[in-house]
Design a protein around this ligand. Sequence first.
Ligand code: AMP
Ligand code: GLY
Length: 428
Amino acid sequence: MEATDRINTLLVGAGGREHALALALSQSPRLGTLHISNPENPGLASLGTPVDVPVSKAEIYRLNQYCDKHNIGLVILGPEGPIADGFTDALATDIRLVFAPNAAAARLESDKAWAKQLMRSASIPTAEARVFSRFDRAMDYLQSRDEAPVIKAAGLAAGKGVVLPDSLEAGIEFLRACMEDGRFGDAGRTVLIEERLEGPEVSIHALVDGRNMYILETAQDYKRIGDNDTGPNTGGMGACSPNIHIDERAMETIQREILVPTIDALRREGIDYRGVLYTGLMLTPAGPKVLEYNVRFGDPECQAILARLRTDLIDMCIATCTGRLNSVDIDFSPEPSCCVVLASEGYPESPNIGQPISGIDEAQALQNVQVLHAGTRRDDSGGYITASGRVLNVVATGSTRQDARDLAYHAAKAISFPGMKYRTDIGS
Ligand code: AMP
Ligand code: GLY
């Protein structure tokens, strides 16, 4: 592939993260036709051609045929599901690159018990944990502990598989839901009961090309639903970049003690990791410790990070896939960004959807603002309605963190729908 060729690209995924990726792709002079898996998202529909075959593991051969037919040279997988399902292995060919790790590497996210074992084998600092696949044993252990635990379903649970129970009863209830009642299907039959860590949380996104690693600009994710980190965990209520909790020294420690050993440990397992490695960490008094790995961009961290990316996204993806990260100059704007998630009433438990949305165009008209569609639909008259818990992402950049934040909130106030809620402390 010559560096000047245009590349037909398929983007898989349905949310705000993918809308941000699609926007960055659409700004690349190297983009041929952009194909998208989820045209029900109006933001994606406005930028790409819908795929007209099923996008599923069971019928992956049809997506493969589609890619052949449309001469697709690059596939970008946004969410963890298709990555864990092995889309990378199934779609990559000699002439088609897939920007996402393979299924073996995806176990870092899809099997927390395996990831914990990998960390232990490489002495990577992480919360102490025990793994259980029998309910009675998990119960006995939970009851024998003095300290407050964290309980995690070992498999993929759409961001709902982790609880920090505030009582023994709540812990038992979650264990039962996972292990006996099958709340997450097979993904919850094995659980981890883990030491609860304290400290500021940071997520580090790195590009890994098999051998080399490039650490992207940092971002802070706001996971709890309420201001000042109150209420239940969500997929993420906002993000800002950079993350002010992390300085150069902490980053060096993280790179030396966590990121490099992770890639080395994967290589020892025979795993060639190529794609985004997102490491969730807590900066504890005893140093940074891993909470989790994800094998993709975080949502909404991706929106805040890409708002600052100056490098061509297609060049960045190709360099990652082909083991040539050293050959691209990855460059970010020094201007901070702030992403505020507008969510539905009842999110995260039971979002109330189908509400009419107004003000998107007004917010979008503001300079240095991007309104990304996370969970919206067009209604019959062409207007926008809410379609899931996280509805829109309002992303702004500014010359200071405060400017970015003020602008994001100014734009957010132009938008409204019944029951709309958002955190007021993103980036503060
Ligand atoms: P995870 O999906 O593993 O990142 O967990 C979701 C969230 O739960 C994290 O972002 C943390 O806020 C919290 N969490 C997970 N593990 C721990 C832990 N060991 N100690 C304290 N909080 C945790
Ligand atoms: N924002 C957290 C995640 O994407 O997992």
